[in-house]
Ligand binder design. Structure first.
Ligand code: C2O
Ligand code: CU
Length: 548
C-alpha cells in the first residue's frame, strides 16, 4: 500500500518562543518544524495533515520548481483547494536535477507561515562543487505577540491596525531580547569545532524582517543564493530578505587563534533594515571545548558593524559558478510587463499591482483545477491580457503567458495615493526561477541595463528585493525598480508575490498563468479526481463539497 516518504502534521496550539506564549500554527509540534533532506531527481511523497480545529492549510515548497507536479505547489486558490481541518493532502515533491541547495517549506494560508515552516535542503547526487567539513542550517524568523487571526483581522479591516513591528528575530526558533526578558528562553547557539570548515545555510523565513547579519570576528564567503551555486564572494555581512537563502563558507578559528583572543564564543548579530524601528537580536557561534556561554544571560556583545541597507547589494556583482548558457538576451524578449506597486489608503489599506489587489477570496475555485477541468479558457484570457496592453487580464486577475515566450517583468515601486510612503518588498516567484537582471532608482531602462549585463551575467533567483530608494515620494512618483527575465517553459499557475506576510494578506500578490491545458497535462500527466474535486474553500473554513 501507499507509504508517504514524510509526514507533516500542522497543528495550532499554545507555544512559547522568545519567552512569550502564543497560539501558533506548528509543523510536527514545533517551530521551525523538522528539516527535510531531499535528493535531487527523486520523487518524494509528503503527506500533510491538517490537525487544526479551525482553518485550512497548505504547504508550499519554497524555491522548488514543481515542474512535474504543478498541483503540488501548495498555493491555495492558485494550485489547489486548501486542506480542511481533519484532512490531508499528498504532495509530490521532486527537486529537479541541478537544483541542489537551500530551501524551506511553509504554510501558504493567511499568516500561518510566521511559525508553520521548516528548512528543506536538497542534496546533489554529485559531490558539491565546494569543499567543507560540516554544515549548519540557520533559519531566521520573526516573532509577533498577537495571534495570526488578530493580525489578519487588523490588517484587513476598515479600522486598519498594523501588526506592529517584529518583537524578536528568532534563530532556529530561539531568541532572547536585549532588555527585559524574564522567562527561560535562550539564545540560539551554533556549535562548531576549531579548525574545521563549515557551510552555513541561512534561510530568510521571516514574516516581515529584512535582516542584516554579521558574525563577530569572522568573515564569510557566499557560495549559494536561492539554490544556485555562485562564484565565491567574500563579505563581512549578509542582507537577507524574507524568502531569500544564502549558503556561506566559514573557516573556524584554530585553537591557537582562539587562545590569542581568549574566548570561544562569538556573537551573530541580526539587525532589521528598512523599517521605522530598528531591532537588534543575537545568536551565538560557540566553539566546542572550554566553558559554554550562558545562553540565558542577556547578551552584551560588542556592537558589530551593521550593514546599513545598501540598495543594490549583490546586483551586477554576484555571478553564477558555471557560465549560464540559458540566459535570454534582450533581443529575445517578446513582451515586457511593468507592474506598478503602491499602497492605496481608502476605506481600508491595500497593496495594489496595476490597480488590483489579489487576496485569497479570489477566485472562487483554484485556477489550476479549472485548467485541468477545462473550465478556464486560457486563450481568451491571453487575448484579453494582450488587448489591455499591460499583460494583465482583469477578469481572471492573472498575467497569462504562452510557453516559449521570453517575458520581462519590471516591478516598479511607487508612492502611495495619499502620503507617499514607500516600502522595500522581497518579491518571490513560484515555479521556475527568473534571471534577476537588476534594480535601481527611478525607472528601468532596458538598453542601459543590458550594457551592465554584458560584464555581469545575471544569476537566477526566486526572491529579490524591490528597494525603496526614498521613504517618501510625491504621490505615485517612481522610487525604485527590480527587473526579471523569464523564459516561459513551465506550464502551471504560479504566484509572484511580496514575501512579507502582512503585505500578502493586504493583497500584494499576483498570479502568472503559463501555458494551457495541453501544456499542463503533457507536463504532469493525468491527475487524481480527488485533487480536482475535494478540499477546503479558497477562503475561510468552509469545506468545498466534493463534486459527484
Ligand atoms: Cu515562500 Cu508564495 O511563498
Ligand atoms: Cu511587500
Amino acid at each position: 500500500s501507499f507509504q508517504p516518504d514524510y509526514i507533516l502534521r500542522v497543528t495550532a496550539e499554545d507555544y512559547t518562543e522568545a519567552c512569550t506564549n502564543r497560539y501558533s500554527a506548528l509543523v510536527n509540534g514545533s517551530s521551525p518544524g523538522p528539516e527535510l533532506r531531499l535528493k535531487e531527481g527523486q520523487v518524494n511523497w509528503i503527506r500533510v495533515y491538517n490537525d487544526m480545529k479551525n482553518g485550512n492549510t497548505t504547504i508550499h515548497w519554497h524555491g522548488l520548481t514543481a515542474f512535474t507536479a504543478p498541483f503540488s505547489d501548495g498555493a491555495p486558490a492558485a494550485s489547489q483547494w486548501p486542506i480542511p481541518p481533519g484532512h490531508f493532502f499528498d504532495y509530490e515533491v521532486k527537486p529537479e536535477v541541478g537544483t541542489a541547495g537551500t530551501y524551506f517549506y511553509h504554510s501558504h494560508v493567511g499568516f500561518q507561515a510566521v511559525s508553520a515552516k521548516g528548512p528543506l535542503i536538497v542534496d546533489s547526487c554529485d559531490p558539491p562543487p565546494f569543499s567543507y567539513d560540516e554544515e549548519r542550517t540557520i533559519l531566521l524568523s520573526d516573532f509577533f505577540n498577537e495571534t495570526d487571526k488578530h493580525i489578519i483581522d487588523g490588517l484587513t479591516s476598515t479600522n486598519f491596525t498594523w501588526s506592529g513591528e517584529t518583537k524578536a528575530i528568532l534563530v532556529n526558533g530561539h531568541s532572547r531580547q536585549v532588555t527585559n526578558d524574564t522567562g527561560s528562553c535562550q539564545l540560539a547557539s551554533i556549535s562548531i569545532e576549531p579548525g574545521l570548515s563549515y557551510r552555513l545555510r541561512f534561510i530568510g523565513a521571516t514574516a516581515l524582517s529584512f535582516i542584516s547579519l554579521a558574525i563577530e570576528s569572522h568573515d564569510i564567503t557566499i557560495i549559494e543564493a536561492d539554490g544556485h551555486n555562485t562564484k565565491p564572494l567574500n563579505t563581512s555581512f549578509l542582507q537577507i530578505g524574507s524568502g531569500q537563502r544564502y549558503s556561506v563558507l566559514l573557516t573556524a578559528k584554530s585553537e591557537a587563534e582562539l587562545k590569542k583572543v581568549n574566548k570561544r564564543h562569538f556573537y551573530i548579530q541580526l539587525t532589521t533594515l528598512a523599517r521605522p524601528k530598528t531591532l537588534t537580536n543575537f545568536a551565538v557561534l560557540q566553539y566546542s571545548g572550554g566553558t559554554d556561554v550562558d545562553l540565558k544571560a542577556v547578551p552584551s556583545p560588542p556592537p558589530l558593524p551593521v550593514a546599513e541597507i545598501s540598495q543594490g547589494w549583490l546586483d551586477y556583482e554576484l555571478e553564477s559558478l558555471h557560465p549560464d548558457r540559458g540566459f535570454p538576451k534582450l533581443e529575445e524578449v517578446t513582451r515586457r510587463i511593468i507592474i506598478d506597486v503602491h499602497q492605496n489608503v481608502s476605506d481600508h489599506v491595500i497593496w495594489l499591482q496595476n490597480g488590483y489587489d489579489w487576496v485569497q477570496n479570489f477566485p472562487q475555485s483554484p485556477y489550476l483545477i479549472d485548467i485541468y477541468n477545462g473550465k478556464l479558457d486560457t486563450s481568451a484570457t491571453y487575448q484579453r491580457a494582450i488587448a489591455r496592453g499591460n499583460g494583465f487580464d482583469n477578469i481572471t486577475r492573472t498575467f497569462p503567458a504562452k510557453i516559449g515566450e521570453v517575458i520581462e517583468i519590471v516591478w516598479q515601486n511607487q508612492g502611495t495615493f495619499d502620503n507617499g510612503g514607500v516600502d522595500a518588498h522581497p518579491f518571490h516567484a513560484h515555479g521556475r526561477h527568473y534571471y534577476d537582471i537588476g534594480g535601481g532608482d527611478g525607472q528601468y531602462n532596458a538598453t542601459a541595463n543590458e550594457k551592465l549585463l554584458d560584464s555581469h551575467r545575471p544569476i537566477q533567483r526566486d526572491t529579490s528585493v524591490l528597494y525603496r530608494y526614498r521613504e517618501k515620494t510625491k504621490p505615485l512618483a517612481p522610487s525604485g525598480w527590480r527587473a526579471w527575465r523569464i523564459r516561459v517553459t513551465d506550464a502551471g499557475v504560479w504566484m509572484y508575490h511580496c514575501h512579507i506576510l502582512q503585505h500578502m494578506v493586504m493583497g500584494m500578490q499576483t498570479v502568472f498563468m503559463f501555458g494551457d491545458r495541453e501544456d499542463v497535462l503533457s507536463q504532469s500527466g493525468p491527475v487524481e479526481s480527488g485533487y480536482l474535486t475535494y478540499g477546503g474553500s479558497a477562503y475561510g473554513n468552509a469545506t468545498h463539497s466534493p463534486v459527484v
